[in-house]
Write a protein that binds this ligand. Structure first.
Ligand SMILES: C[C@@]1(CC(=O)O)c2cc3[nH]c(cc4nc(cc5[nH]c(cc(n2)[C@H]1CCC(=O)O)[C@@](C)(CC(=O)O)[C@@H]5CCC(=O)O)C(CC(=O)O)=C4CCC(=O)O)c(CCC(=O)O)c3CC(=O)O
Ligand SMILES: NC(=O)C1=CN([C@@H]2O[C@H](COP(=O)(O)OP(=O)(O)OC[C@H]3O[C@@H](n4cnc5c(N)ncnc54)[C@H](O)[C@@H]3O)[C@@H](O)[C@H]2O)C=CC1
Length: 152
């Protein structure tokens, strides 16, 4: 599938993250600096997400994901690994909503690239979902290269 690369200002947009585990935390952690309003919907939260919730960086709906949780979301991240939740997201989201299928790319329309930033330069690498580990390796190589160029 071909994805169009786009840099987005998502300040004050509502982001709903479905699931409260390790993968949800990784996505939330990346979104924190954007100024988006993040709500996690999950029966439980892993320790680092619970800490973010306790410190009021994110909101938490302690429940299994239901249709009404998704209705006014700009971006939805599916990260529960639950087939039931994935089906619900697939069947109830609108065409104009952005959906990241972190736990099942086939239900999504946007993907997270591997990113590094150097001043105001931002480099984002995607393999179109085919190999996230390769994207991460390439990012780390380029990061080193940038450092070398800067040091010389
Ligand atoms: C499609 C996509 C959807 C999305 O998530 O947006 C997706 C999907 C999946 N990832 C899986 C596995 C892992 N992904 C990572 C890490 C990253 N994954 C990221 C992106 C993406 N992952 C999108 C495509 C990106 C592209 O186009 O290349 C990165 C780049 C960015 C980010 O996460 O923000 C970030 C590195 C960030 C960095 O370091 O900079 C690690 C950890 C690691 O390698 O360290 C593991 C394995 C270990 C583990 O953690 O268990 C699985 C298998 C699940 C399974 O079978 O269990 C699926 C599902 C599937 O492929 O079916
Ligand atoms: N995109 C990526 O980078 C990666 C994706 N994955 C996939 O992501 C999924 C989640 O992985 P982890 O975070 O490690 O799992 P985890 O088991 O730590 O977390 C799952 C979370 O989802 C919650 N949950 C379960 N059912 C739910 C429902 N119906 N509604 C809302 N929340 C619900 C659980 O309470 C838990 O907090 C797995 O399916 C895995 O295959 C795994 C590794 C990397």
């Amino acid at each position: 599938m071909h994805h169009f690369p786009l840099y987005m200002d998502i300040r004050e947009r509502k982001v709903v993250v479905v699931g409260g585990g390790k993968v949800a935390y990784r996505k939330v952690n990346k979104l924190l600096a954007t100024g988006a309003h993040i709500t996690v919907v999950s029966p439980s939260l892993c320790a680092p997400l619970f800490e973010l919730y306790s410190n009021h960086f994110i909101q938490w709906i302690q429940a299994k994901c239901q249709e009404n949780h998704l209705r006014d979301a700009f971006l939805i991240i599916s990260a529960s690994g639950s087939k039931e939740a994935q089906e619900m997201i697939k069947n109830t989201t609108q065409k104009f909503q952005l959906v990241n299928g972190a736990d099942n790319p086939s239900i999504g329309n946007v993907i997270f690239p591997a990113v590094f930033e150097e001043g105001d330069v931002s480099v984002a690498i995607s393999t179109g979902g085919s190999s996230p580990t390769r994207a991460k390796k390439l990012k780390n190589l380029l990061k080193e290269l940038f450092k070398k160029v800067k040091d010389n």
